[in-house]
Design a protein. Structure first.
Length: 312
């Protein structure tokens, strides 16, 4: 995906104004049922683009509003504008997503048109946190493929039940050990962030904050989980995806409780990079279709704003 990253980085971009709207949203699957939430809107040359901040606390969102006020204005190329951003990876990712959305809308085009790729319906998994009875929790998501946080205390009864489900795609160890045992029970599942990775099915998520981190993994992975918010933006995700493609490593997209435009942008990226991967981008509310369909013709980056032409 180096060509795509370079093409996007070279997009002309006009930024006249930056505004942040913050308000919590009700979300039953989020701890406490209330998700702190911010949307940033960039406007320029008669168009607007949006991005979503994934901070976990109200304080992070308040700090983001202050950081966004200092974002660069004027005529830029997207890559240079993104490189000039300060703040946390979450801050930069939200602003870069809004800038990419804006640049595409100013050009009247889409990510797929620039990449020369026709999107395919996106496979996805439903994920849930560690629980003593994951089989019972899985029954609340009938028919869905699953990404499950592993509890090292599970006994053979639990592992036997998980194997019988026939739809566990990813097991997330979050730094715990026990990959060899999991591989015996579920040989087709990806084993994410295990302390003792099993090379045939090893996957990594948390260690990857930049494309260069691929060189520091303890084993050659079968796949890696790409998260734009953790990596500070889409451009770095595309650089890592290009490196993975060259090394024969599969990729899949992961979410960080994006609850609005950010989740639609994850769907767009998954359709571009890995429509067949176990993408952790399931709709958080409403119906869950068999596959997620992305509109390739819609200008912008997964948002739902009306198109407004304009260029630098």
């Amino acid at each position: 995906m180096r060509a795509t990253a370079e093409v996007l980085a070279a997009l002309p971009l006009v930024v006249d104004d930056v505004r942040v709207r913050s308000a919590p949203v009700p979300l039953a699957s989020y701890p406490g049922g209330r998700r702190p939430h911010s949307v940033v809107m960039l406007t320029g040359a008669g168009a607007a683009g949006m991005g979503e901040h994934v901070g976990w606390s109200d304080a992070e969102h308040a700090a983001f509003a202050r950081a966004a006020a200092a974002a660069p204005r004027g005529c830029w190329q997207l890559g240079a504008w993104s490189a000039a951003l300060a703040g946390t990876p979450y801050d930069r990712a939200a602003l870069e997503a809004a800038a990419l959305d804006l640049a595409l809308r100013q050009r009247g085009t889409s990510l797929f048109a620039l990449a020369g790729i026709a999107p395919r319906p996106v496979r996805y998994v439903v994920s849930f946190a560690r629980t003593a009875d994951p089989v019972a929790e899985a029954q609340r998501h009938p028919g869905a493929e699953l990404k499950i946080d592993v509890d090292p205390a599970w006994d053979e009864r639990v592992w036997r039940g998980l194997a019988a489900l026939g739809r566990v795609a990813v097991l997330d160890f979050k730094g715990a050990a026990g990959a060899a045992r999991a591989h015996r029970w579920l040989p087709a599942a990806l084993l994410e962030d295990a302390a003792d990775p099993v090379a045939p099915r090893a996957s990594f998520d948390a260690p990857l904050r930049a494309a260069a981190d691929l060189d520091r993994l303890p084993v050659h992975p079968a796949a890696v989980n790409l998260k734009p918010a953790r990596m500070g933006g889409v451009l770095e995700v595309l650089r890592l995806a290009e490196r993975c493609a060259a090394a024969g490593i599969a990729v899949y997209l992961g979410g960080m409780f994006e609850a609005g435009v950010g989740r639609r942008q994850l769907h767009t990226l998954a359709a571009l990079l890995c429509p067949e991967g176990p993408n952790d981008v399931a709709p958080l509310t409403g119906p869950r279709p068999g596959r997620l369909v992305v509109d390739a013709a819609a200008p912008g980056f997964g948002g739902d704003l009306a198109r407004a032409p304009g260029a630098c």
